[in-house]
Design a protein around this ligand. Structure first.
Ligand code: 13P
Length: 249
């Protein structure tokens, strides 16, 4: 049985006040026991988020990392630093990193490896643009991004990943993929994972991301191959995020 994961991606948003608000809200509420919850906060908030959420079941993650262990890489943050600051998960290959910061499949792979070396859980993001969907290339793009990483890992490494399908056209647009559209890509991803190993495919958590909100989460999460959500905008409002977490239970 796959444990659903609801991860909030704050992107370059939030504040120390919001971190404290999340800490108070999640301390006061009881989350469903069968759901894992994480918040991926900007680097400077990692430690305070760890403290504020320390008494809760919520884990803290980061949004990217360097593929280098240390050195003269001004502005970069290593996997070791993330772990020392309390991160347990890290997003890799988010479409904003791919499109705005030029991270290609090779860059994504090296970051996944750096995260794994440090014991962090990489949440590998994959997804097609609207143009690619309209050209009937969704599966080719998504499975290509998936294989670029999975082909280069060994069995033990593969089983430590989480995959997030985020259609680029659904991110921040209010235009959510329909449950059928999302399920069909998730099923294709899981199907492709069986080529590596049946047990890997059966156990891999596949999150959906892209305009997931309190009012559409339940029907997305009810799909057989959707095992959680990667939530952007709605993860910045504690009540909305809590409602999504509750609907995954
Ligand atoms: O990119 C996302 C999460 O990583 C999705 O963002 P939105 O939920 O704001 O569409």
């Amino acid at each position: 049985m796959r444990m659903p994961l609801i991860a909030g991606n704050w992107k370059m948003n939030g504040s120390l006040a919001l971190v404290e608000e999340f800490g108070r809200a999640f301390t006061d509420v009881s989350l469903p026991v069968n759901v894992e919850v994480a918040v991926m906060v900007p680097f400077p908030f990692l430690e305070s988020a760890g403290r504020a959420l320390g008494e809760t079941a919520v884990t803290v993650g980061a949004q990217t990392l360097s593929d280098q262990p240390s050195g003269a890489f001004t502005g970069e943050v290593s996997a070791t630093m993330l772990r020392e600051c309390g991160a347990r998960l890290v997003l890799v290959g988010h479409s904003e990193r791919r499109s705005l910061f030029g991270e290609d499949d090779a860059a994504v792979l090296s970051r996944v490896k750096a995260a794994l070396l440090e014991g962090l859980t990489p949440v590998l993001c994959v997804g097609e643009t609207l143009e690619e969907r309209e050209a009937q290339r969704t599966e080719a793009v998504v499975l290509g991004q998936l294989e670029a990483v999975f082909d280069a890992l060994d069995e033990g490494q593969r089983s430590r990943l989480v995959v997030a399908y985020e259609p680029v056209w659904a991110i921040g647009t209010g235009r959510t993929a329909t449950p059928d559209q999302a399920q069909s890509v998730h099923a294709a991803v899981r199907g492709r994972l069986t080529r590596y190993d049946e047990a890997l495919a059966a156990g891999m958590r596949l999150l959906y991301g892209g305009s997931m909100k309190a009012d559409n989460a339940a029907e997305l999460l009810a799909q057989p191959d959707i095992d959680g959500g990667l939530v952007g905008g709605a993860s910045l409002k504690v009540d909305d995020f809590l409602a999504i977490c509750q609907s995954a239970g």
